[in-house]
Design a protein around this ligand. Structure first.
Ligand code: DAH
Length: 339
């Protein structure tokens, strides 16, 4: 037995392998269940008691040595394999498919950035609102048609809880918490019970703006909007304010920008008028300031609200608003480099 162990030890010391498969074959030959060393362990049971100690020690040493030797051979092949693949310059590279921002996010971020330069911060409010924040605090008379079931989605049958129809509700959320000066914009989703078409959707996005401080005038509003229009649509852009009506502003106006496609001459996009309507605005009605705990003798303010889809449609020549919500990659991937 001792001779057998000594000769196996010599054999193992001189083992060589050309490939990983050779090394594995050696493991099977010596160390697997039926391998030569394992067989010796079976025979060890018959060794006479006085020799057991010495033979057992040698046998164990043989097994430890063989295991280490064969493992080393195997590892050397594993390392070689890794080195090979790391330097294989003919391997095709991994393709990374880059995503991009949604065009509505691109436009929203641009608007936030432009107003940011004028000192406007950003605030948000809830999409599920109550009547007070969407209508009552904004000076909507009780019988005003905008409260009609036609326009508003109500939650269950409770006429007090509804999906906001405009982001003007965030004006109220901010004014009830903060005294002037307030200078912020409020981007967000709004909901209206409207038939979906190329021009209208029941879910869309608005950005509301509010500036309340001492001595805020209509001239401040106009100057702010001119700055925005030129930054957004280009330095040659002209604006036009038309008198309008909103319950929460007095006076109220709608703003048109000169059509950037035809430069104001008239084309299909501006329907021959040379102008494109892009937002509503006005001086905050004193009744709205008072309803929100702000002294209207001390403070005045202006507000404006615009649709993000409308501006994105004008900027990117998108003819159908539904494209923004369908997540068709053929549409979205055109805006990958837009930001
Ligand atoms: N909330 C209005 C709408 O959804 C837009 C608007 C008009 C907002 C005039 C304003 C404003 O702040 O002063 O149609």
């Amino acid at each position: 037995m001792l001779d057998k162990i000594a000769s196996l030890l010599e054999e193992v010391k001189n083992l060589h392998a050309q490939t990983a498969a050779d090394a594995e074959a050696l493991r099977i030959k010596y160390l697997s269940k039926k391998g030569e060393i394992s067989v010796l362990f079976d025979e060890f049971k018959q060794v006479s008691p006085e020799l057991k100690r010495e033979v057992g020690k040698k046998l164990n040493e043989l097994k430890v040595f063989a295991t280490e030797r064969i493992n080393n051979l195997k590892e050397s092949f594993a390392e070689q394999q890794n080195e090979g693949s790391a330097t294989d310059l003919s391997m095709p590279g991994t393709t990374y498919v880059c995503g991009g921002r949604h065009p509505l996010s691109v436009v929203k971020n641009d608007i936030i950035e432009i107003f940011g330069r004028l000192g406007f911060t950003v605030a948000e409010g809830p999409e599920v609102e109550d009547d007070w924040h969407v209508f009552t605090a904004l000076n909507f008379p009780l019988e005003h048609p905008a409260r009609d079931m036609q326009d508003t989605f109500f939650i269950n049958t409770n006429p007090d809880i509804l999906l906001r129809t405009h982001t003007s509700s965030v004006q109220v959320r901010v004014m009830e918490k903060q005294q002037p000066p307030i200078r912020a914009i409020f981007p967000g989703r709004v909901f209206r019970n409207e038939a979906i078409s190329a021009r209208a959707h029941c879910i869309f996005h608005q950005i509301e703006g509010l500036y309340v401080a001492k001595n805020v005038s209509f001239a401040d509003l106009k100057q702010t909007l001119i700055y925005f229009a030129k930054e957004m649509f280009g330095p040659d852009t002209q604006i036009r304010l038309r008198p309008s009506y909103f319950p929460f502003t007095e006076p109220s106006a709608e703003m048109d920008v000169s059509c950037s496609l035809c430069g104001g001459k008239g084309c299909g996009v501006c329907k021959g008028t040379g102008w494109l309507e892009i937002l509503g605005c006005g001086m905050v009605d004193p009744a709205v300031l008072e309803a929100n705990g702000i002294d209207s003798k001390e403070y005045s303010g202006f507000a404006f609200g615009m649709g993000v889809e409308r501006i994105a449609m004008l900027r990117y020549q998108v003819k159908d608003i539904r494209l923004f919500f369908e997540n068709d990659m053929r549409f979205l991937s055109q805006f990958k480099s837009a930001y």
